[in-house]
Write a protein that binds this ligand. Structure first.
Ligand code: HEC
Length: 178
């Protein structure tokens, strides 16, 4: 190894050392600058976690509370699912199911000349909004053994519109739910 070669070698070593220093500096810089980023992520997680329990709460969605905002037109549309089996008009005849005039507030299973199932007769009481809501959401769940073979109106907004429409099928519509 002559002098120039040693020099070249030392130069290369020095260059490498500088490069290492530079990399570690940049590394420090990157690490430091990423700290606030991590903090921001932590805050975000805390924020998205917080409202979760509140969203869990209203699981049994009641359509009754949504009635005030429901439109009569969409209620009439939803009611098309019923007219294969029910008449809605005053004095309408029975079909597969009983006439539904005045249904809100009417005694359950009380239409003369209609053969209700014992599932429906055993319910007792009047058709208030809450019971209609539950029955129409899932007839079989609310009245196990009912002969109303209908899956139910699953969307709360649709049920709210339907309830608002059914309420108006009366000479003196009962009061809206509080
Ligand atoms: C496939 C036919 C059919 C369809 C569709 C149907 N129902 Fe019925 N519904 C019946 C039958 C049958 C009964 C009697 C049930 C029993 O006695 O168990 C009944 C009973 C009822 C009752 C109880 C009536 C009372 O006097 O106690 C209500 C309320 C009712 N239906 C509302 C509706 C509504 C609202 C819809 C549309 C969303 C609908 N039904 C769709 C057949 C049907």
């Amino acid at each position: 190894m002559d002098f120039f070669e040693v020099n070249k070698f030392l130069g290369a070593a020095l260059g490498a050392a500088l490069l290492v220093m530079l990399i570690s500096e940049v590394g420090n810089f990157v690490v430091h600058s990423s700290v606030p980023e991590k903090a921001a992520i932590a805050v975000e997680v805390a924020e998205t976690k917080a409202p979760a329990p509140a969203e869990d709460k209203p699981k049994a969605v009641s359509a009754v509370a949504m009635m005030a905002a429901a439109s009569m037109d969409s209620g009439k549309k939803v009611a098309k699912k019923c007219v294969a089996c029910h008449t809605m008009a005053k004095g309408g005849k029975k079909k597969i199911g009983p006439n539904l005039w005045n249904i809100v507030g009417r005694a359950k299973a009380s239409v003369d000349g209609f053969k209700f199932s014992s599932a429906l007769k055993d319910l007792g009481g009047d058709w208030n909004y809450a019971d209609l809501d539950a029955f129409l959401a899932s007839p079989k769940t609310f009245a196990k053994g009912t002969k109303m073979s209908f899956a139910g109106v699953k969307k709360p907004a649709d049920r709210a519109a339907l309830l608002a429409y059914l309420r108006m099928q009366s000479d003196s519509p009962p009061a809206m739910p509080n």
